[in-house]
Design a protein around this ligand. Structure first.
Ligand code: XIL
Length: 319
């Protein structure tokens, strides 16, 4: 294959990226690579609650619309990210819960309205939604969030049901990080999916974020973990792949990084239910890693100048 778009067509899985909307609007070179290489897109931030409803009842869809419109013009499918999360909630919501002006019944209807409004707005335009994001802790207990605390564990089933009602065609995913290898998280998430299925809740997929660091071993059991979820009848996606390194960058680290990317693609290709591999940003010019991991960076397929890194070539070489 000549590029990732050709690779996607030949291999039958969509290759996607998270998109920075300001860069999409303002940087012609970014836009060019995005639309040449990728057949799936996720808004890095633009569909999160704080982005779409910064003030109560005041919706700001312009950025999300820009992503969806660009995708339609460029033959890209869209992953909606994300409906229920504990981060990047609007201040009016967290403050209202904290000071008691938003009670539990009201919070439940706020969540229902949020899901219904956002999913309905993009009905027919979103292939898959990350309905719930990061709902299990590292130790395998349910994550302590305002949702669990105020609504009880039933909020997860409710969220899937509300999303399904708003767009019956969209594939509905549970999404998490460290699900590639963390046993307690894996077991709890599998049990949660089984429980939802037993109760007839519409859940269709499991997303593995795939935020890897090359200073750690590659999660060698990942394909088996994917298979365990696939065996429940779920579609599998790698939703946020990157492979960060401790700076400075060296040729050797870039080669190691290349193997992490190619192994992730190989793992996805080895599981029939894995239909999408999305990277969390394609260029080091716009990557969340330096801002979130002290002293780390260079996590993407393209460098700051949009030159292809060894990891990019390694993906094209996967058979
Ligand atoms: C990150 C974005 O990349 C940053 O720009 C933002 O400041 C914080 O969130 N898991 C997720 C993503 O599901 O939404 C996160 O994205 C990265 C970790």
């Amino acid at each position: 294959p000549r590029d990732l778009r050709e690779l996607a067509h030949q291999s039958g899985i969509r290759i996607g990226t998270a998109v920075d909307i300001a860069a999409l609007r303002g940087e012609a070179d970014y836009r060019k690579v995005l639309n040449r290489e990728f057949t799936h897109v996720t808004a890095e931030n633009a569909m999160k609650w704080e982005s779409v409803e910064p003030q109560r009842g005041v919706y700001t869809w312009a950025d999300a619309d820009t992503l969806v419109d660009n995708a339609r013009r460029n033959g890209q499918r869209v992953r909606g990210h994300t409906l229920v999360w504990h981060n990047q909630l609007p201040a009016w919501l967290t403050a209202g819960v904290a000071d008691g002006t938003i009670g539990n019944d009201e919070l439940r209807s706020i969540l229902r309205d949020h899901i219904t409004t956002e999913v309905r707005r993009y009905k027919g335009k979103i292939r898959a939604w990350d309905v719930v994001n990061e709902v299990v802790e590292e130790d395998g207990t349910m994550r302590k969030t305002i949702w669990l605390d105020r609504l009880g564990p039933g909020y997860i089933a409710d969220a899937f049901r509300w999303a399904h009602r708003a767009d019956p065609q969209a594939k509905l995913f549970i999404n998490d990080y460290n699900l590639e290898w963390n046993a307690p998280k894996i077991e709890t998430t599998l049990a949660l999916v089984k429980d939802l299925q037993a109760r007839g809740v519409p859940i269709h997929g499991a997303g593995f974020q795939g935020h890897l660091g090359i200073q750690y071993d590659y999660p060698g059991d990942w394909a088996n973990v994917m298979r365990r979820f696939a065996d429940l009848g779920l579609e599998i996606a790698v939703t946020e792949l990157d492979a960060r390194m401790v700076l400075p960058v060296t040729e050797e680290k870039l080669e190691t990084q290349a193997t992490y990317y190619s192994r992730a693609l190989t793992d996805c290709l080895s599981v029939a239910a894995c239909k999408e591999l999305t990277v969390w940003g394609f260029t080091d010019r716009h990557s969340w890693v330096p801002g979130w991991f002290d002293g780390q960076g260079s996590a993407c397929l393209f460098d700051e100048n949009l030159a292809k890194k060894p990891a990019y070539r390694a993906l094209l070489a996967v058979r």
